[in-house]
Design a binder for this molecule. Sequence first.
Ligand SMILES: [Zn+2]
Length: 384
Amino acid sequence: MKKAVFVYSPEQLGYKFSDTHPFNHKRLTLTMDLLRKINALDETAIIPARIATDEELLLAHEAKYIEIVKKAGHGELRENQGEPYGIGTEDTPIFENMHEASAQLVGGTLTAVDAVMQGHAEHALNLGGGLHHGFQGRASGFCIYNDSTVAIKYLQQKYGARVLYVDTDAHHGDGVQWSFYDDPDVCTLSIHETGRYLFPGTGNITERGSGAGYGTSFNFPIDAFTEDESFLTIYEQAMREVFEFFKPDVVLTQNGADAHFFDPLTHLYGTMNIYEEIPKLAHKLAHEYCGGKWIAVGGGGYDIWRVVPRAWSMIWTEMTDQPLPTGALPKDWLNRWQPEAPVPLITTWQDPTPLYEAIPRKAEIEEKNAMMLDKALHIIRNTK
Ligand SMILES: [Zn+2]
């Protein structure tokens, strides 16, 4: 059995709205090139992403919506016909073959699921996935099809697995949460910037699930300007308690890299430290509770030059038990990409310190986050 597989097909790069759209899968190319240049990506570990079938997409999406996405990508949609489906909007503009490219991202996550569940590898990574805002019948927040929702339904149907979904993207993992809100066999855990000033606005601690699924939805909304230490306290506590409470068969982690100080779309003050720690604990707990079964996907991340390639590389080195990369980034990677990058690249794996000026409200923010953590975990703590 392989330690881990890296799922990727060049067709995944076809998920491209425009040259100026913030969601840019050039991140995949930059990350793979960085891993190759430190000799951390063995070519035999790469397996191609398959394309998801319509039948598989129907596990999470309505037939009418899939038809609209297909038509849009083939230039067959009448003006404004896509709007009720979130297609052809500012966030999700129409692009050529958008159905095929989206189905390729979903297929990548399904490829990762099969690799792990069939015992070919202990862990699997599909950085092209993580499109957590996609709804049953509507595109939202740059996401067309929701690969994690499809993959969890697939894990349930094909493998009868109890799944824990962990989402550390700076935005609430709403699409996945609502898909399993009343399902007691799927647990969702999302740590995100509070919805007060950030899309999609949901993810309050009071969203705990409904009906039979009450108590299997966990939300940890953190304050704007939250720094590493407070983020990691919440992450570690939430992870340990939720794993122990739910005891999943398999864990699926969504690894949006948009909680970093540099990210242009959010207001969190994370540094590379959190991206070192996030996969480390997920890995450890996957072994403790799930016999190692860990599937990881990408997600948000809008500083594709200075943040995402370093952050996502660390998921792969962790998964494959390689040492955490430290020191200088490879010169040939910097030389290759600096001419294209609109900002000076960071030249080391860890961030320079200090990365930003001290925040005057630091203590107040930490205090608020600590109170939130307590409240968010109260269901678990009350049943102990
Ligand atoms: Zn995000």
